[in-house]
Write a protein that binds this ligand. Structure first.
Ligand SMILES: NC(=O)c1ccc[n+]([C@@H]2O[C@H](COP(=O)([O-])OP(=O)(O)OC[C@H]3O[C@@H](n4cnc5c(N)ncnc54)[C@H](O)[C@@H]3O)[C@@H](O)[C@H]2O)c1
Length: 350
């Protein structure tokens, strides 16, 4: 087990991020932490440890479970176990379990301890750092929540071995996004050079990829921890277009597929208004495509008004206008409103 980062937080605290070599090492470490614990799993991640710890709760899996009822169950179990403020909520799962467990930890006794063990690639690179916790409410995603960074994050690439190819690829969408947002291009080059080994989930290569990806996330969240300066918002590259596609398709496509398609649209839109150099647009879309994502899907005329409605609902609206993350060059994102005609051009090429 080795420490990858100590991420500085407000008030002098840190989140320690560790790479853990095996499931056995993960269990040994968790057992060695001297505190009462409550483990939170979903029905899929409950199989990850060799046996289920006695003080556990197993929730149904999936985004539809990311709601009050699940928080209620976690808090009731914590209370019935007599957990105190210095007890630890240990989340073992994808982003849904991580976000909910950290939310429960943030409100239990006005804040107790929290350790995150991500078991999807997406959650490892995106949902572990930055402190965003929460649940969906009504039909709004992540609309109720807190900022509550975990005290530690334990990344064990062995936990990813049971992920479906589709879930693994979903995480790659976010990794590719981090490659574009990184000024130094190491992750971009790494993705270009190691595609086959990444897709085969070679453990060493996947560990290095996660580390490089987290470096980019850390850069943005430390500059703008609470998303108030328009810097952290740039981590939403591809999300405005992608969420609209996901919403229009009734969430029949995965989040990663939506983001990958959305990034390609952001490159098209940026090139159309002269922000993104054409050659950079083309090389980035080629990289996304090389990882098996469909970047060519077009919104047809009969879908366009529903798509534009979905874009208008984007929650990153400022002053009435939706702001899109566009790229000037690698590591140089900007937030800009777009004319409807530019959006339509970027998604249909008409
Ligand atoms: N807090 C943040 O900063 C942040 C960032 C990005 C995403 N998120 C949130 O994360 C969620 C998406 O995360 P996700 O894609 O991990 O979704 P998820 O947690 O629903 O996991 C996806 C599926 O994979 C299963 N699964 C998890 N680990 C597995 C494993 N090792 N083997 C087999 N199956 C496994 C889950 O049970 C689930 O069915 C969204 O709710 C999103 O809002 C939060």
């Amino acid at each position: 087990m080795n420490k990858l980062f100590s991420v500085p937080l407000k008030g002098g605290n840190v989140t320690d991020v560790f790479n853990v070599d095996s499931i056995d090492e993960l269990c040994a470490y968790l057992e060695s932490v001297r505190a009462d614990k409550l483990y939170v799993f979903d029905t899929n991640t409950a199989q990850i440890l060799p046996s289920l710890p006695a003080r556990s709760i197993v929730l149904p899996s999936g985004e539809k479970e990311k709601r009050w009822a699940s928080i209620d169950r976690i808090l009731s179990r914590a209370l019935s176990l007599g957990m105190a403020r210095d007890s630890i909520f240990v989340a073992i799962g994808g982003g849904v379990i991580l976000d909910m467990t950290a939310f429960a930890a943030s409100v239990y006794m006005r804040g107790s301890r929290c350790i995150l063990v991500p078991t999807t690639l997406l959650s490892a690179v995106d949902a572990t750092l930055g402190g965003k916790t929460g649940i969906d409410y009504g039909d709004a995603k992540n609309i109720v929540g807190t900022f509550y960074p975990a005290e530690s994050v334990l990344i064990a690439p062995d936990t990813l071995s049971t992920l479906s190819d589709r879930e693994f690829r979903c995480g790659l969408g976010e990794v590719i996004k981090h490659a574009f947002l990184s000024e130094d291009r190491r992750l971009y080059q790494f993705l270009s050079d190691n595609k086959d080994r990444i897709l085969k989930r070679d453990k060493g290569v996947v560990s290095e990829m996660i580390k490089l990806s987290l470096e980019v996330k850390i850069h943005y969240i430390t500059l703008d921890p609470e998303e108030k300066k328009g810097i952290r918002s740039c981590l939403n590259l591809g999300h405005t277009f992608g969420h609209a596609l996901e919403a229009m398709k009734g969430y029949g496509i995965s989040h990663g597929e939506g983001v990958a398609w959305g990034m390609a649209r952001a490159f098209e839109a940026g090139a159309a208004i002269g922000i993104t150099p054409i050659s950079y647009r083309d090389e980035c879309i080629a990289l996304i495509k090389s990882y098996g994502f469909d970047t060519d899907y077009k919104i047809c005329a009969s879908e366009m008004s529903r798509f534009m409605d979905a874009i208008g609902k984007d929650k990153k609206k400022k002053g009435g206008a939706v702001r899109f993350v566009l790229m000037e060059e690698n590591g140089k994102p900007c937030l800009l409103p777009l004319e409807n005609d530019t959006v339509k051009y970027a998604v249909s090429n008409d």
